[in-house]
Design a protein around this ligand. Sequence first.
Ligand code: IVH
Length: 752
Amino acid sequence: MTQNQTHDPSGLSQEQAKVELLQLQAQLIAADQAYHQDDTPILSDADYDAAKRRYQALVTAFPRLQEIATQLDTVGAPVGSGFGKIQHVVPMLSLGNAFDDGDVADFDRSIRSYLGLDANQPLAYTAEPKIDGLSLSLRYEKGVLIQAATRGDGATGENVTANARTIADIPQQLQGAPEVLEVRGEVYMSHEDFAALNARYMERGGKTFANPRNAAAGSLRQLDAEITRERPLRFFAYSWGDLSAPLGNTQSEAIERLHELGFQTNPLTQSCASVAEMIAHYRHIEAQRATLGYDIDGVVYKVDALALQARLGFRSTTPRWAIAHKFPAELAWTHLEAIDIQVGRTGALSPVARLTPVTVGGVVVSNATLHNEDYIRGRDNKGEEIRDGKDIRVGDWVQIYRAGDVIPKVADVDLTKRTGEDVPFDFPETCPECGSPAVREEGDAVRRCTGGIICPAQAIEKLKHFVSRKAFDIEGLGAKQLEMFYGDPDLPIRTPVDIYTLEERDAGQLAKLKNRSGWGDQSAANLFAAITEKRNIALGRMIFALGIRHVGEVAAKDLALHFGSWDELAKALDLARPAALAHRSADMAEDQERAEANREGRRAKIKETREAVLSRLELHLAAREAWEDLVGIDGIGATVGLSLSDALANAQERAVFDDLVGHLNISAPAAPTQESPVAGLTVVFTGKLEKMTRDEAKARAEALGAKVSGSVSKKTDILVAGPGAGSKEKKAQDLGIRILDEDGWLAEIAPK
Ligand code: IVH
């Protein structure tokens, strides 16, 4: 031990302390191993004790080091009240799905089309089992495991470091790894271990787990790591996150490298040179499924070359370069005991089948979806027969279909089991929750309650959506609490604004509710703190949280990026309102014209009808421009535009939105992290591009913080015009917009 190491560590910087701690940690681990396993000590007792004391002193002086400290004496360590949060440096994404061979061929085609490769050019993939467990990200710095995080919502996960350390397949230390290495993979439980665990619990009269995945998830997410230690969890590595140096040039090389570093990688991983080889390997894996000893639910294909993966990049939640080819669904027969109608956030009446519980692929199913009234009648959304036109009746013997995590559905009916007393299902035309008329619009498969937020079911579902993980994510305010608050006579929450006025309306009432609903001083204070914390919110999340029909997470982000603030968005929608209504009238006239023409056996002159309607309405130019700007945003379109316009024009809803905004600090979308000359600019691509496909051009521009629009307007900053550009180029010239050819654009975005 050097002299320095016995000194008070408080003079060090956090970074110096961390480096020293990691060095000491490596030394202590090596010393422990030498002493306990190899019987050949490498440190004297005195040096060992000194190192240990210094180690403890560093953690006491720098409490944040606790997260990475593995060699603390755990006895008496404080037990956390929940898991801490960890922000993923590289988001943890999910995978798109393929359900049949055709989907796999489409996947290959779309990749080739994105990269501009023809069908004959070589393109290699890897194929490997999709493990049915839960994903985990392991962060190693200087070869030492310092953090383990669950996927969470993909951006933020839970800190399960202490639990991950108890898993034998997860190395605590790596030799020769890059300085920073995040290894990602799946935690799972084998069939054998699962059966033994359940048998043990059954003996003790305790609760058992429904399947190995639930058992693995429940075990990893134990607040007491000692319980995790008793559960036999395993880990397969298949991917990575943050890295200081590449692991190889291809997926296969990278996986091989992870294997060499000491991780379990799946032995059924294979390189494939074509779709035919991918499908052959899928069949090979499928044939072994029952004897593998652990659950898999499909095969994952990945583009092998990492340079191509980088070019392909990501959609909002899934990579373009990978897909999961799922195994076919599981089926089972049971009795349909009742059909209930649930009313959703947007008023949709959804029929739910209540079933005599049945096991489908290892999971007990007692509810299944019946989609909508046509589905019950035996028709699809075009009025064509499904199930040979057989309708579904209460009392029927029905077949249940379950594929992966998707909600089970009723797939078929056995008519031979009917008693003759059953009657066709009478779908309600009024809302079962509020009694308002439930109407079905032309072309919509769904019947909807017209009660809006006076319908308690819609209001509660909207509130649940508002506080959900991808929206405001308010801890301690979930479905159960919202249902209680909604009907509370003294302290009701009926709109999102009520959440933000809860504390000022409370006056100590909540803390007194101890007996009735479990609230005490502490839990009330925690709730208020959680609500206050979420006064700071990103614009995209806030728009998504409003629960406007068709405005999903991606559309909300696109809107936030385009408008930059709630005021700008609201102003633009107010301005565009007459044009939105005109658009709807033109749509209706168009439908009518088409129907008449059909009846008379002639072709409809849609364009003329549309133009005639629009010109009769004499739209203000500003309204038309605002509407075109809105629906021109890539990924938005008339359906989202109209729904948004209706929501903001509805006086009741608008009052809530405007009021809510007053309670929040809304942040504009963050500027892209890298320096980018085109960040914030609106770009339009037209004509033929020769060096990359249109999709790739768009994705790259967006990754650099540009907005890509489909139409030229005053707001366009750059038009990238390839050969064959037409009216868009002319319009850009008239408006004096900067026009670049493809090379000019590439020079513009090249790193300088
Ligand atoms: S690759 C960027 N490979 O499936 C995508 N995922 O449905 C990285 N999973 O969240 C994922 N086995 O938890 C990949 N061999 C495998 C997998 C696998 C299981 C899980 C993973 C992911 C989910 C998506």
